[in-house]
Design a binder for this molecule. Structure first.
Ligand code: FAD
Length: 432
């Protein structure tokens, strides 16, 4: 998203660009995504993402309208505004149409697009980045000299060691819910040129999936994503709730990573099943029966006809069934009486008391990383001394600092900072 956006903008505005793509085809995770959205105002973004860099947050919110205008300018539809995750606003976009439109524009302007190509190193001269040395699909080496180089490899979620180092030791073993190529090449290259990483523990965007179910086919990612967890109760191996599940599945995912063995028992009642497990997550996404799909794919799942049946949770699952039964009864009692819940359930305080109960074991899966190369609002990579690395840009999930333990869209930052990178490169060109 970030790389193609930047290259297409540069090409349309009279610059020259070369796109280096490691995969055999274009699109990355963007090809799997559907909604370009973010927070409508800086205040809203600050409220949901208080630990994020506020300069980048402002640049994201301010740059969003121009980003969607750019998409439309390529003949790609941004559908009517929808609400995402309660606070966000955005549009459903056919990302494959957008990727194709960028590729066509590049082709029309004679820009090179090198697929199946790896970047071996950045070219450095006098502390500045001057391009990259790449290994092409046929194994030959190519030096690409450029005044500006944009790192946009989509993050480091596909590298278990980097996940363990920068997110959490337990993140090493979690399932990957993204394109398989985002292994931190941008981060490694950027650091080799003096770029700075920020920040450890910033977390990631991801979702709950059924524990033990391999995410081997991107076509099934959304079918087995437990978006509906916002309407459920989640218990850890100790039989305790540990997070306000109602705030959002993506945040519950981060919280579950911190729990023993990073697995938990997700419990819905019949009302949640009817309205959410079989329903639409966001307007425009086809409704599927997630529970049944997960069960067919081998998830640990069961239906309990009443709360007492929680005592029968198979021993080998490792959960204290009687304790969970008591916790559900206590929560329902408190919810009916209007008493405080702990942890709270800010956005859904109703009791979960309509049988049967749908139980599935859940685990976190990662889509993209929040930590990355620190950038300024013009997408220039920041150096350790607080200055910028001359000639080096980063955007999309390769850039860090914007989000910290919070999320307000992945396509939008790639779009906005991809465009910022393109403007930086072209503005510098114009003043030469
Ligand atoms: C199933 C799914 C659904 C999603 N839905 C949404 C959504 O609705 N809304 C939303 O905002 N976000 C969504 N996202 C997240 C969104 O797709 C990403 O945040 C966004 O694509 C990030 O843009 P990017 O340019 O950083 O990475 P990408 O779009 O992934 O692009 C990175 C590219 O770099 C390539 N690459 C990797 N390593 C190298 C290398 N060494 N050299 C050259 N190329 C390399 C990759 O192959 C890829 O093509 C979704 C993601 C997934 C997986």
């Amino acid at each position: 998203m970030a790389g193609l956006t930047a290259a297409a903008w540069v090409a349309r505005h009279g610059g020259r660009a070369v796109v280096v793509e490691r995969a055999g085809t274009l699109g990355g995770s963007a090809a799997l995504a559907g909604f370009v959205w973010t927070a409508p105002t800086l205040d809203v973004l600050r409220a949901v993402n208080p630990r994020g860099d506020s300069t980048l947050a402002a640049a994201l919110v301010e740059g969003f309208p121009a980003g969607t205008e750019w998409i439309r300018s390529l003949g790609v539809e941004c559908r009517p505004t929808v609400t995402v995750l309660r606070f966000g606003r955005g549009h459903q976009v056919d990302t494959n149409h957008y990727i194709g439109a960028c590729a066509e524009l590049l082709h029309a302007h004679g820009a090179e697009v090198l697929t199946g190509t790896q970047t071996r190193s950045l070219l450095l001269a006098d502390g500045a980045v001057r391009g990259a040395e790449c290994v092409l699909a046929d194994g030959s080496t190519r030096r690409i000299e450029a005044r500006w180089t944009l790192l946009a490899t989509g993050g480091f979620q596909a590298d278990p060691d980097l996940r363990a180092e920068h997110i959490h030791p337990r993140a090493r073993a979690i399932e990957l819910r993204s394109n398989p190529y985002s292994m931190g090449a941008g981060l490694r290259l950027g650091r080799s040129a003096g770029g700075t990483f920020g920040k450890d523990g910033a977390g990631f965007y991801g979702h709950l999936i059924p524990a033990g179910v391999a995410l081997d086919n991107p076509a099934h990612f959304t079918d087995v994503t437990l978006y509906y967890s916002e309407r459920c109760l989640l218990f850890n191996l100790g039989g305790e709730r540990f997070v306000d599940e109602t705030v959002g599945d993506h945040l519950t995912t981060l919280a579950l990573l911190e729990q023993p063995e990073a697995r938990g028992l997700l419990v819905a009642d019949a009302a949640a099943y009817r309205s959410w497990m079989k329903g639409q997550y966001v307007e425009g996404i086809p409704a599927v029966n997630t529970f049944e799909i997960c069960r067919r794919r081998g998830a640990r799942a069961a239906v309990a006809n009443d709360v007492d049946e929680f005592e029968l949770i198979p021993e080998e699952w490792g959960y204290p069934g009687a304790k969970i039964r008591d916790a559900i009864n206590a929560l329902n009692l408190a919810a009916r009486g209007g008493d405080a819940l702990s942890p709270p359930r800010e956005f859904d305080r109703r009791p979960l008391d309509e049988p049967p109960f749908y139980v599935i074991e859940a685990a976190p899966a990662i889509t993209f990383t929040f930590g990355g190369l620190l950038i300024d609002r013009h997408a220039r990579v920041r150096a350790r001394d607080g200055d910028v690395v001359p000639g080096l840009l980063a955007a999309g999930a390769d850039a860090g600092g914007l989000y910290h333990g919070a999320y307000a869209g992945g396509l939008a930052p790639a779009l906005v900072f991809g465009l910022a990178a393109a403007r930086t490169a072209l503005a510098a060109e114009a003043t030469r």
